[in-house]
Design a binder for this molecule. Structure first.
Ligand code: DC
Length: 220
């Protein structure tokens, strides 16, 4: 069974996806982490994100895996644990540009689909219910007020020790949503058969209960 969760930046997708995977005893894949890992590699190697041929030529050198360390998912790039580094504001500012490059999407979507062939899975992202798994058993589309999203992401980032203002966080969310919804290749849209959850007024527990109800209804 595949549960696909899509939605705007910072509306609680990964928190819900992790909790769901735990409750169902499924594998969780954070597809955004894969776009973040590619961005990390490109920035580290000074590959300009607007030079598509240059980006394409290094894709073969990028190997992304996930490892469970102390019960948490860690993103591993070419053997290096980059889980913390890919949450930085520098990555936030560039990742939507990376994610708009078709050759990057092709590589990552193929890897995501391969993982889905072998596992019961909860995967979150922007195109999971539309492109990666158009036949997913369960599709959830999440949204929340911009101010709620800003506050949540601000608390998360400052909690990780990043020095950032509420206003910077807000501007980044607006800009990423703009790029993610308007890019040509696989823009963020709600799949026609996705069930929408507005998480603005819901605690993580309430979001989990809502999602489990949706899944049980679909399974019946
Ligand atoms: O979910 P996230 O914020 O970690 O995702 C980071 C970026 O990666 C997001 O702004 C757009 C891109 N992304 C994507 O294009 N497709 C996905 N399936 C997941 C993420």
């Amino acid at each position: 069974l595949i549960v696909a969760i899509d939605g705007y930046a910072a509306c609680g997708k990964s928190t819900l996806a992790k909790a769901l995977a735990k409750a169902l005893d499924y594998r969780y894949i954070d597809s955004g982490a894969m776009y973040r890992a590619v961005t990390y590699f490109l920035l580290k190697n000074s590959i300009p994100l607007d030079d598509e041929p240059a980006v394409e030529s290094v894709l073969k050198d990028i190997h992304i895996e996930f490892e469970r360390i102390d019960g948490n998912n860690h993103t591993i790039l070419n053997g290096e644990d980059i889980e913390e580094a890919i949450r930085s504001q520098r990555i936030n500012q560039h990742v939507s540009l990376t994610a708009a490059i078709p050759s990057v999407r092709k590589k990552l979507v193929e890897q995501q689909q391969r993982i889905g062939q072998r596992n019961n899975l909860v995967m979150d992202g922007r195109d999971i219910g539309t492109v990666v798994f158009p036949h997913a058993d369960v599709k959830i589309f999440m949204n929340a007020d911009l101010d709620v999203r800003t506050r949540r992401r601000y608390l998360e980032l400052t909690g990780l020790g990043f020095d950032i203002s509420m206003d910077e966080v807000k501007r980044n969310l607006i800009e990423r949503d703009r790029i993610d919804t308007t890019r040509e290749d696989s823009p963020l849209i709600k799949a026609p058969d996705a069930v929408e959850i507005d998480t603005s007024g819901l605690s993580p527990e309430e979001q989990l209960n809502t999602a489990i109800k949706i899944i049980n209804r679909i399974r019946e």
